[in-house]
Design a protein around this ligand. Structure first.
Ligand code: HC3
Length: 403
């Protein structure tokens, strides 16, 4: 039986929150939750989890053998999951409701390469749409010519005791020294533990990593008890397009802890990754005083302080100021027939994305859809998006991004 984590003083607002979930319209941001479940961090910051460790992010760029290179990309991806889906539990005791970014919100930082030859890894993240909420990001390292970019959007639905979340979007991981690109699709997830005020994420369904070299990994996720009695389990099968029916490697274990890899030709099994030992480097973010009004930490600083104080009225007042300001800006733009100019990313229609379309076709997934269905009778096709968000190329040249 799970332990009830709702503070006594907030139990009636938690009951009201649970009731409001019952008539929920799919937009998680619209739910008014009590302070103890709010995070003072905006979703634009979550893009940083794509670089869980400098070492894993750059490892594939240093590998000469294409097959081993692919396995290093898989290792980097599996290594990102702990930060993406467990870090709030680790730091704040449970999953929290993040701040819902406003259109044009920016978050940028660097993992500084102090004494190594690899140099800095730069992150830019931008809220490119508010309705529906879409966050786009890019993370790159000029020295090793590693470039990641992607975007994501979520759609939630309610079942009896949990919220199911589908993720739209994908990431493209590029190794320019090898002229290789890897399409990374996103897993589905559900949020459990809500009744007890202790939400946590479980991954479900499948995600894929498809390389332009023909290697493909199909990663299947499960919670406790399917593959083993352990939480956060996964099983990934690696194949090559030359012989798609014969599995080259099987990687399995816990994405938040240890996993192992089996070479299916030789039968040799080895440790693959211990995600609990990821060497999280510190993301250096400019102090708030040096940030501009669109930068996440500066823009939300009063709301974040109110959340930390647990002051519900203040949270509401400060959030309303931002929301009203945003509404006014949209009205003005509409009156002038203008649209908000995104800073770093632009919309690209799918037909102008030959590489993405080719990788989707190689992976056997429909372009512009959720790619996480676990059912073998469906292809995971959901409402399609007709556009992708891509970083304007000139920003890559600009190692030190100006926000
Ligand atoms: C669903 C989620 C917000 C979205 C988060 C995403 C999908 C964002 C992109 C990251 O790359 C991966 C990621 C990780 C966790 C996802 C969050 C988990 C919970 C949060 C909900 C909005 C919170 C709902 C909390 C509740 C039920 C109390 O309102």
């Amino acid at each position: 039986m799970s332990e009830n984590k709702v503070p006594e003083s907030q139990s009636s607002s938690w009951t009201a929150f649970l009731k409001s979930i019952a008539s929920f319209n799919g937009d998680l941001a619209s739910l008014t939750a009590p302070p103890f479940i709010l995070s003072p961090v905006s979703l634009t910051e979550y893009s940083q989890f794509w670089c869980a460790s400098r070492e894993l992010f750059l490892a594939a760029a240093k590998e000469q053998d294409p097959e081993q290179r692919f396995l290093k990309v898989v290792k980097w991806f599996i290594g990102t999951l702990r930060g993406q889906y467990c870090s709030r539990n680790e730091q704040m005791g449970s999953e929290k409701k993040p701040l819902n970014p406003f259109l044009g919100e920016l978050f940028t930082g660097k993992w500084v390469g102090s004494d190594d030859a690899d140099g800095d890894i730069v992150l830019v993240s931008e809220q490119v749409s508010h309705h529906p909420p879409v966050t786009a990001y890019a993370i790159w390292n000029e020295q090793n010519k590693v470039y990641l970019q992607g975007y994501n959007q979520i759609k939630a639905s309610l079942s009896t005791t949990m919220i199911t979340v589908k993720q739209y979007g994908h990431a493209l991981y590029e190794l320019r020294a090898f002229d290789e690109t890897y399409l990374v699709t996103l897993p589905g997830l559900h949020i459990e533990g809500i009744l007890f005020g202790a939400p946590y994420v479980e991954l479900e369904g499948r995600s894929y990593i498809q390389s332009s070299t023909g290697y493909k990994a199909t990663v299947e996720y499960s919670g406790k008890g399917y593959f083993s009695g352990k939480k956060n389990t996964f099983k990934a099968k690696v194949v090559h397009a030359g012989s798609p029916k014969s599995t080259l490697y099987t990687i399995s274990g816990q994405w938040s802890e240890q996993s192992k890899i089996k070479n299916e030709k030789t039968g040799v099994e080895q440790p693959f990754l211990d995600a609990s030992k990821n060497s999280y480097g510190e993301l250096v973010v400019k102090p708030e005083e040096q940030q501009n009004e669109l930068e996440s930490r500066k823009a939300w600083s009063k709301v974040a302080a109110a959340i930390r104080q647990g002051d519900y009225d203040l949270i509401h007042r400060e959030k309303s100021k931002i929301e009203n300001e945003q509404r006014e800006m949209r009205k003005e733009e509409q009156a002038k027939g203008e649209e908000w100019q995104r800073k770093w990313f632009k919309k690209v229609v799918l037909k102008d994305e030959p590489l993405y379309l080719d990788l989707c076709s190689k992976a056997g997934v429909a372009a512009g859809t959720v790619h996480s269905s676990s059912s073998s009778t469906t292809t995971g096709v959901d409402t399609a998006t007709e556009t992708n968000w891509r970083l304007e190329p000139e920003h890559y040249e600009n190692g030190d991004v100006k926000a």
